[in-house]
Design a protein around this ligand. Structure first.
Ligand code: ARG
Length: 285
């Protein structure tokens, strides 16, 4: 059931580190959460604190979950006509409501401010195509994975550069959004002596990076495949090659927030009843 919630990117053909660790239906969600180190999913009685039964919106016990994201990452989260839209926005709202909670105000901030804002209590749930990794799990808990992706290397359409592997990025200017796993890949290029630290660029969001790519101010951007694909469809950029990272996205919650179990149940339900597939069709196909 949980493995089914993963959306496998069509550009990827090889196996995934995470999906190999991802249980099939024979392993229950609690074990999986334990396996990936997410703690705090202790609430076995779903809805015991969350379901409001009044319609008047007051004193009915419905708890609010305030979501937060970092727009500029289409089709997961971006601004259209001044409005926050995207797959994550719809999926998070559907999960919060299905779990019996009320969707609060969305916070829109830079990606690397999301975890501090969550732990400080300024928001309750991160829905930002955030990759589950150990470093982040030391600070926050993640829901079960809901999407799967590798990284792509994006170049300008009219570029002379047509790299086919990381080695072809030697001495090029390479960028990513600050605090992302794309930036981790850029850092690896520096550590491996392929790219000089002076030639790396960090962007507050990928929209700025794509602009720099189109304007010739950077030679390559490292970015999640589905988002690279989205930019390639509408902008003067194209995917040169991909880097297999085996990442999966989860929504983030505080480690002591026992509503996490309810959100996981809701995500599984949305998968089972076809809502998840409808959202995928709406935003990706
Ligand atoms: N999946 C990548 C990560 O977790 C990139 C996420 C960027 N998300 C965003 N909303 N800008 O680091």
């Amino acid at each position: 059931m949980i493995a089914n919630i993963l959306r496998v990117e069509t550009l990827n053909t090889d196996s995934y580190e995470y999906s190999n660790m991802t249980p099939d239906a024979t392993i229950d969600r609690r074990s999986y959460l334990k396996a990936v180190g997410a703690v705090g999913a202790t609430g076995a009685v779903a809805g015991c604190t969350g379901s409001g039964d009044g319609e008047d919106g007051e004193d009915d016990g419905t708890e609010v979950i305030n979501p937060g994201t970092a727009p500029g990452f289409p089709p997961f989260e971006y601004t259209e006509d001044g409005e926050l839209v995207g797959f994550d926005v719809d999926l998070a709202e559907a999960a919060i409501e299905r779990a019996g909670y009320e969707v609060g105000e969305w916070t829109e901030i830079e990606f690397d401010s999301l975890i501090p804002s969550l732990t400080q209590g300024n928001l309750d749930l991160i829905a930002a195509a955030m990759t589950i990794n150990e470093e982040r799990q030391q600070q926050i808990a993640f829901t079960d994975p809901y999407y799967e992706s590798d990284q792509a290397v994006l170049v300008a359409e009219d570029s002379d550069l047509s790299p086919e592997s990381v080695d072809d990025l030697a001495d090029q200017r390479v960028g990513a959004q600050s605090g992302t796993t794309g930036q981790d890949e850029v850092d690896t290029l520096v550590d491996d002596g392929i790219v000089s630290a002076d030639d790396t660029r960090q962007y507050d969001n990928y929209t700025l990076g794509v602009q720099d790519l189109e304007n010739g101010n950077v030679d390559a951007l490292i970015i999640d495949i589905p988002v690279a694909q989205n930019f390639a469809d509408g902008r003067a950029v194209s995917i040169a090659f991909t880097i297999e990272t085996g990442e999966v996205y989860g929504m983030g919650m505080r480690q002591d927030d026992d509503r996490l179990a309810d959100i996981n149940d809701a995500l599984a339900e949305l998968q089972d009843d076809g809502t998840y597939d409808e959202l995928v069709a709406e935003w990706f196909e």
